[in-house]
Design a protein around this ligand. Structure first.
Ligand code: ZN
Length: 152
């Protein structure tokens, strides 16, 4: 095995570990009482489900919680989503949704440093059947933000 291959495998292993960490204990798991916005959605292809609740105040997502059920990629992606958008403005969150969509089409516009743990989802782009798993929470968040009328 060449050295480059070896390094690629190590990186792959690291990504798997990051995904597994989030899957085992998703960040900001649960639901908010009296949320400003709430959306449920699913990915029937894989059986993934998610509920997202959020507090949105003057255009800022002051709190967001996810209740994801499904495969490791969908749950890990939802966990990373909360880390990414909590405390961000709605505008900023929408930018991130676009970044993740672009990432799944291998058209990444930001550096790995900016991605943080999200970098571990990059490899999903190579597995078209899993892209919907990775995107479920992000597309559900987009729906939530577009449904939400107040606080903008
Ligand atoms: Zn899935």
């Amino acid at each position: 095995m060449s050295r480059a291959n070896d390094e690629a495998n190590q990186l792959d292993q690291l990504y798997k570990e990051i995904i597994l960490e989030h899957y085992k204990s998703p960040h900001n798991k649960g639901t908010i009482n009296n949320p400003d916005a709430s959306v449920w959605d699913n990915n029937p292809l894989c059986g993934d489900e998610i509920t997202i609740t959020a507090k949105i105040n003057k255009g800022v997502i002051s709190d967001v919680r996810v209740d994801p059920k499904g495969c490791s990629i969908s749950v890990a992606s939802a966990s990373m989503l909360t880390d990414t958008v909590k405390g961000q403005t709605v505008v900023e969150a929408k930018k991130w949704i676009k970044i993740i969509k672009d990432m799944m089409h291998s058209d990444l516009q930001v550096s790995d440093d900016e991605l943080g743990d999200l970098e571990s989802l990059k490899g999903v782009a190579n597995f078209p059947v899993r892209i919907k798993c990775a995107l479920l929470s992000w597309m559900t968040l987009l729906k939530l933000l577009e449904n939400h009328k107040g606080g903008q």
